[in-house]
Design a protein around this ligand. Structure first.
Ligand SMILES: *[C@@H]1O[C@H](CO)[C@@H](O)[C@H](O)[C@H]1NC(C)=O
Ligand SMILES: *[C@@H]1O[C@H](CO)[C@@H](O)[C@H](O)[C@H]1NC(C)=O
Length: 188
């Protein structure tokens, strides 16, 4: 094979294998069906995308969160103050989870109940004195029952919360996510 041909093949693969985000480096935080999990994205990284797929066999979703750096958020050297909110909500019921004030989610925890075929959620909110959130918005409903979910978070935005509703026949949930632009005193 000629070098040009190999180059062409590589380019075609690069086009097909379109990266999930345009970030330079990212890692995938993965949670499999029925697993309990606790995932973190730590500064200078932020959540970049979320995808999820339902399995009717497991009556659960697996999740992939990508975590990487943002070209829009200037990261300061000061440590964030972060805390786990604690599990809240009731199996099979609607819920809404949200970091308050200028908090944003840098971690998510979840436990799966075999009995309820549903999950409870915990979330890790972070704050930095010199950061505030603005332009918050809630997405449209991101999935249908038993169907995949995929969302790319706009660069410069952070996860502030998510809400959800459960269906007993599908044994699944639909989700909405809330994002905000993270700004520092120097970004404006
Ligand atoms: C995820 O779970 C499925 C079903 O339990 C299993 O077959 C698969 O190997 C698991 N994948 C990983 C990456 O652990
Ligand atoms: C989730 O939040 C969105 C936006 O506020 C709202 O339209 C939707 O009805 C909420 N879903 C549930 C189940 O509360």
């Amino acid at each position: 094979m000629s070098e040009t041909f190999i180059c062409l093949l590589l380019i075609i693969f690069m086009i097909i294998e379109e990266p999930i985000t345009m970030a330079t480096g990212y890692r995938i935080l993965r949670a499999n069906y029925t697993e309990n999990f606790e995932i973190f994205c730590t500064e200078p990284d932020f959540f970049l995308s979320v995808t999820s797929t339902y399995s009717s066999e497991h009556k659960d979703r697996k999740w992939d969160f990508t975590c990487g750096s943002s070209s829009q958020i200037s990261v300061s050297s000061k440590r964030s103050r972060c805390y786990w909110h604690g599990f809240s909500g009731i199996y099979d019921q609607p819920f809404k989870l949200e970091c308050l004030k200028n908090g944003f989610m840098q971690g998510i925890g979840s436990i799966y109940s075999n009995h309820h075929k549903d999950r409870m959620w915990d979330y890790y909110c972070c704050f930095k004195d010199e950061y505030s959130v603005k332009n918050c918005y809630t997405t449209d409903q991101l999935n249908k029952y038993s169907e995949p979910l995929k969302y790319n978070i706009p660069d410069g935005y952070v996860l502030r919360g998510f809400n959800s509703s459960h269906h007993n026949i599908y044994e699944d949930r639909i989700y909405w996510f809330e994002f905000c632009k993270l700004i520092t005193a120097t970004s404006e």
